[in-house]
Design a binder for this molecule. Structure first.
Ligand SMILES: NC(=O)c1ccc[n+]([C@@H]2O[C@H](COP(=O)([O-])OP(=O)(O)OC[C@H]3O[C@@H](n4cnc5c(N)ncnc54)[C@H](OP(=O)(O)O)[C@@H]3O)[C@@H](O)[C@H]2O)c1
Length: 255
């Protein structure tokens, strides 16, 4: 992580898709800055290991198996968090992504539904489960992981993924308007290609180099490039910032 110091002591951060990648990086950083981190994922082994790693560094972390596309699983998870921790200060709707690069003609209904559910319905279910607690507190931060693929088209992308991420940016604006009166902010990050294991497996090293070369900074993103922005959006300094998407892609999409 970077050298900027954040302080989330006494706060509860809930991170979906926290077993690996950006979610794991964010969970480690929130816990490192004093928050009690709840790591939610469907990959039990990797996510328990991620939580253990945080506890090994004297951080507070719990893993909960939660499928964000399943409303029962989400309700039970958030019920448990609120009864255990008593509050939720930060919700990072991070779980998402796609695993197969198909064209529209190649995409069957099952793939469409799965990718839309993982990237958009899950965000709706988790936000809906957290919002009553945030309203009661009259405070809270919701941070959504969108994507440049939801803002613009610069190369081919998964059709349901781009459609879902456009929905994530729309939901960010909608929820910001709903929740502003309760002092709750809702913002999104739109990462460019970031070197997580899933993305590295999807693209060849040549493709990664080519994508990196398309940005003024000449490289693809690293997990740390995203985590700093996530922490800033959750910090007190970002309190007058809502309904926005921060586009973190090395300048590849400069608007
Ligand atoms: N990396 C990038 O280049 C990039 C660029 C733009 C936006 N983003 C967005 O940033 C976020 C994180 O990306 P990442 O690359 O760090 O992802 P990742 O490495 O694939 O990690 C995502 C985690 O979420 C889990 N997950 C999947 N479906 C789930 C579900 N239904 N319920 C709970 N957990 C679930 C995954 O488990 P399984 O592995 O078992 O599926 C995985 O552990 C995603 O929303 C992604 O779309 C990433």
């Amino acid at each position: 992580m970077g050298t900027t110091k954040f302080d989330f002591s006494g706060q509860v951060a809930v991170i979906t898709g926290a077993a690996v990648g950006i979610g794991k990086g964010a969970a480690e950083a929130f816990a490192g800055a004093g928050a009690r981190a709840y790591l939610l994922d469907i990959d039990d082994e990797k996510c328990e290991k991620a939580a253990e790693g945080i506890r090994g560094q004297s951080g507070e972390a719990s893993f909960i198996h939660c499928d964000i596309t399943d409303s029962k699983s989400v309700q039970e998870t958030f019920g448990r968090i609120v009864s255990e921790a008593g509050r939720i200060d930060i919700l990072l709707n991070n779980a998402g992504g796609f695993k197969t690069q198909l064209t529209t003609a190649e995409t069957d209904e099952e793939e469409w539904d799965q990718v839309i559910d993982r990237n958009l319905k899950g965000l709706f279910l988790c936000s809906r489960a957290a919002i009553p607690t945030l309203i009661k507190q009259k405070s809270g931060r919701i941070i959504n992981m969108g994507s440049v693929a939801g803002l613009a088209s610069m190369t081919r992308s998964s059709p349901p993924y781009s459609a879902a991420k456009a929905g994530v940016h729309a939901m960010t604006r909608v929820m910001a308007f709903e929740l502003g009166e309760h002092s709750i902010t809702v913002n999104a990050l739109a990462p460019g290609t970031t070197a997580t294991d899933r993305v590295v497996a999807l693209r060849s090293p040549e493709q990664m180099k080519q994508i990196g070369a398309m940005s003024p900074l000449g490289r693809i993103g690293e997990v740390e490039d995203m985590v700093g922005w996530i922490l800033f959006l959750a910090s007190p300094e970002a309190g007058y910032f809502t309904g926005q998407t921060v586009s973190v892609n090395g300048g590849r999409l400069a608007v």
